[in-house]
Design a protein around this ligand. Structure first.
Ligand code: HEC
Length: 182
């Protein structure tokens, strides 16, 4: 059995603290962030993201990872096209804070490494957190599909292998186990 959400309560409490911290931090780092955000593509032009999502879907009727029960991300649960599309969306919405290489910057944590991976039990849990909290100025402002594609990019950046035969799919994300390699 997957034990989903075991860290949700502490995460919620932590978020409350972090929100307060960020309010203070925003004043300090505000000017740096504004500069970083200005170099991002204008939010009024969603075309690149839509193209990327369409490309990821194009021609693939691959089965969803976990359609037949729990599957480990270590066994390959996303396609290269999904990770590529997710990275574009990441660059449009997340990299100003989390950095282009996902290592984080300033007050923003990185999305890489064993400590980060150990926080999530499933792809569904990671998508749920992103939807509920990211980007901080507009949580849930991306499509669920877009958060899912970002997760593909994050998995790839953490050296989880791609698959040629199965892909991430929204309705089976809870069956995709995120775990550390032994
Ligand atoms: C304005 C800066 C900013 C932007 C933009 C931003 N984040 Fe964050 N993000 C943060 C901060 C600060 C935290 C730490 C808060 C926390 O972990 O609860 C964080 C935490 C996270 C975490 C949890 C990290 C951990 O170790 O628990 C994830 C996952 C994440 N962000 C993903 C995203 C994604 C995906 C996007 C784009 C859709 C995004 N973030 C956009 C600032 C940002």
């Amino acid at each position: 059995m997957l034990m989903l959400g075991k860290t949700r309560r502490s995460r919620t409490l932590r978020m409350a603290g972090v929100a307060a911290l960020m309010a203070g931090a925003a004043a300090v780092i505000g000017s740096a962030n504004v500069a970083a955000q200005h170099s991002a593509p204008p939010p009024s032009d969603p075309a690149p993201q839509e193209e990327a999502a369409a490309e990821a879907e194009a021609g693939d009727d691959l089965p969803g990872a976990g359609a037949d029960g729990p599957v480990s991300a270590l066994d390959g649960v996303y396609t290269v096209a999904q990770a590529d599309a997710g990275l574009e969306i990441y660059f449009g919405n997340c990299s100003a804070c989390h950095a282009g290489n996902m290592r984080g910057s300033g007050f923003t944590p990185g999305l890489l490494g064993r400590r980060f991976i150990a926080k999530w039990d499933s792809a569904a849990e990671l998508v749920a957190f992103m939807q509920s909290a990211m980007p901080p100025a507009a949580p849930g402002s991306l499509e669920p599909e877009q958060y899912m594609l970002i997760v593909a990019a994050v998995l790839r950046a953490n050296n989880f292998p791609a698959s040629e035969t199965i892909q991430l799919q929204l309705d089976t994300l809870d069956q995709v186990v995120i775990e550390l390699a032994q």
